[in-house]
Design a protein around this ligand. Structure first.
Ligand SMILES: [Zn+2]
Ligand SMILES: [Zn+2]
Length: 219
């Protein structure tokens, strides 16, 4: 399955995409935006690992809302600050990272929390409130990691997002977040997420795809 197999409806956003500023990714900004437009996404969040260099380039696009963000490596795993274009120190605690995200005016998303193969924060999530759970990560190798995240969000009444975690252009949009209304600004989008007004669509890569991807990246 590729992102071409999807019928992307209105108001769909991929809220977890990497660019070449992540050391495990080669996607060029112009190609990311081109693909996002091609598959008719309304916007993309670029959430590189521990850097906001993409957002310093001030990319703009008439047809797409480009949402700033950073995926931070805490001492327990990955945490996304959405709506921030500043880097936060690596390897500090999850709690300190969340405080910094709040100080910067961002929203905390816990990506792939139960994916122990890809630095999910795991049981640490039990101690957290004021966070949003990524309940569909397009790059999770097993569907049950996402199912567990979905269950966790439901039981604890936490808002949800979905994102591809694309490290290749062709994976953009594989998982995405759908909103009821047209969103013009990043603030509006974050407010809708805070209120839990999101629907999650898409799928995760198959294990075969995942292996291919790993080999493409590292060899
Ligand atoms: Zn991650
Ligand atoms: Zn990621």
């Amino acid at each position: 399955m590729t992102n071409k197999d999807f019928q992307i409806s209105n108001n769909c956003f991929d809220l977890h995409v990497h660019s070449h500023y992540s050391n495990d990714c080669k996607s060029q900004p112009k190609d990311i935006l081109k693909m996002a437009k091609k598959i008719k996404l309304s916007g993309v969040a670029i959430t590189d690992h521990n850097t906001a260099k993409f957002h310093r380039e001030k990319w703009k696009n008439k047809e797409l809302l480009i949402i700033p963000g950073v995926e931070i490596s805490t001492n327990r795993g990955h945490v996304i600050g959405l709506g921030i274009s500043d880097t936060i120190k690596k390897k500090i605690s999850v709690e300190e990272t969340i405080e910094k995200i709040i100080e910067l005016g961002g929203l905390t998303i816990i990506p792939h929390p139960f994916d122990f193969t890809r630095k999910g924060i795991g049981r640490k999530i039990k101690k957290l409130d004021r966070v949003v759970v990524e309940t569909l990560n397009g790059s999770c190798p097993l569907r049950r990691f996402n199912e567990k995240a979905k269950m966790w969000a439901k039981i604890n009444n936490l808002s949800e997002t979905g994102g591809s975690d694309a490290h290749r252009i062709r994976d953009i949009g594989m998982a995405h977040t759908v909103f009821d209304n047209k969103l013009e600004t990043v603030d509006e989008l974050i407010e809708e997420i805070r209120k839990g007004r999101t629907k999650i669509r898409g799928t995760n890569l198959s294990i075969a795809e995942k292996i291919v991807r790993t080999f493409q990246i590292h060899f």
